[in-house]
Design a protein around this ligand. Structure first.
Ligand SMILES: NC(=O)c1ccc[n+]([C@@H]2O[C@H](COP(=O)([O-])OP(=O)(O)OC[C@H]3O[C@@H](n4cnc5c(N)ncnc54)[C@H](OP(=O)(O)O)[C@@H]3O)[C@@H](O)[C@H]2O)c1
Length: 267
């Protein structure tokens, strides 16, 4: 029987591309998404591909999706926690509700799905959990403070979790994309603005949006997700299109690195 991958946020972008990528390579794919009826693409087949409703912020929806996939295919081999979006803008202008929603999706949602699948992985003493973090889980840029907080949380969560799951032969991995051309730079941004920050906001956002527009498409992330899912190693971190900035972060003293980021965005 072919292996099973369970992907969140598969309606678009990285999640959709990864779902099709794993399917092309012979896996069975549970492509989960908030509203399958809204997906603007047809599932490639009914034997090895199913779309399942799942909102990561709702525990009942998560449990129902996990139960239905386990019942359908008898198991899951790899979980890809991919669903996420960015709250972007000056922190001062964000509401508590917006910040909660950001954490509900990017952090607590990812934890909900992980918690729901863990008994299955632990009992069969096998499984791979791949959390889609970001280069923004290792370094920071202005106007993304809330988004960065969620990805830094995902990094810490994953790093600690891998210790406790190792005895059960369950691997925890982090895929850390840099800019990737998806709807992340468009409808998946919850943007806030404040007049006091406007000149800085305008200049910085132009640079950050340009990075997204010029970036490679999601297939390079799918390739890395595939590698993380199949290399059978205990390697934890898989940067994608982010090695240069991570290398600079490692090489430069902190102050110099921050000066570089400031220069890059405001030049
Ligand atoms: N693109 C980049 O430059 C980049 C860089 C680093 C990391 N990432 C990370 O990559 C992941 C995927 O982003 P993307 O670039 O592929 O963006 P995208 O094209 O906007 O896709 C985001 C996906 O997340 C889903 N989602 C949002 N909230 C959800 C919820 N509550 N429950 C279930 N699904 C939910 C969206 O579903 P709906 O269709 O229902 O809205 C959509 O399928 C995110 O975690 C993001 O932080 C992206």
């Amino acid at each position: 029987m072919s292996k099973v991958v369970f992907i969140t946020g598969a309606s678009a972008g990285i999640g959709k591309d990864a779902a099709l990528y794993f399917h092309e390579r012979g896996w069975r794919v549970a492509a989960t998404m908030r509203t399958p009826a809204k997906a603007d693409w047809a599932p490639p087949d009914e034997q090895r591909f199913c779309t399942v409703a799942l909102d990561v912020t709702r525990e009942d929806s998560v449990q129902a999706a996990v139960n239905s996939v386990l019942q359908r295919w008898g198991g899951v081999d790899v979980l890809i926690n991919n669903a996420g979006y960015g709250l972007v803008g000056p922190f001062e202008a964000t509401s508590a509700e917006q910040v909660h929603r950001q954490f509900d999706t990017n952090v607590f949602g990812l934890m909900n799905v992980t918690r729901a699948l863990l008994p299955h992985f632990r009992e069969k003493k096998d499984g791979v959990i791949i959390n889609v973090s970001s280069v923004g889980g290792r370094v920071t840029f202005p106007l993304y403070s809330c988004y960065h907080s969620t990805k830094w949380a995902v990094e810490g969560f994953s790093e600690s979790l891998q210790f406790e799951l190792k005895p059960f032969n369950v691997k925890v991995k982090l895929v850390e994309p840099g800019a990737i051309r998806t709807e992340f730079y468009d409808r998946s941004q919850d943007r806030v603005e404040a007049p006091e920050y406007q000149p800085f906001y305008d200049q910085t956002m132009v640079r950050l949006q340009q990075a997204g527009e010029k970036a490679p498409g999601p297939q390079i992330v799918s390739r890395t997700l595939w590698q993380a899912a199949t290399d059978n190693s205990w390697k934890m971190r898989y940067p994608v299109n982010s090695s240069d900035v991570l290398w600079l972060r490692k090489l430069l003293p902190e102050g110099l690195f921050r000066a570089f980021v400031g220069w890059y965005l405001m030049r």
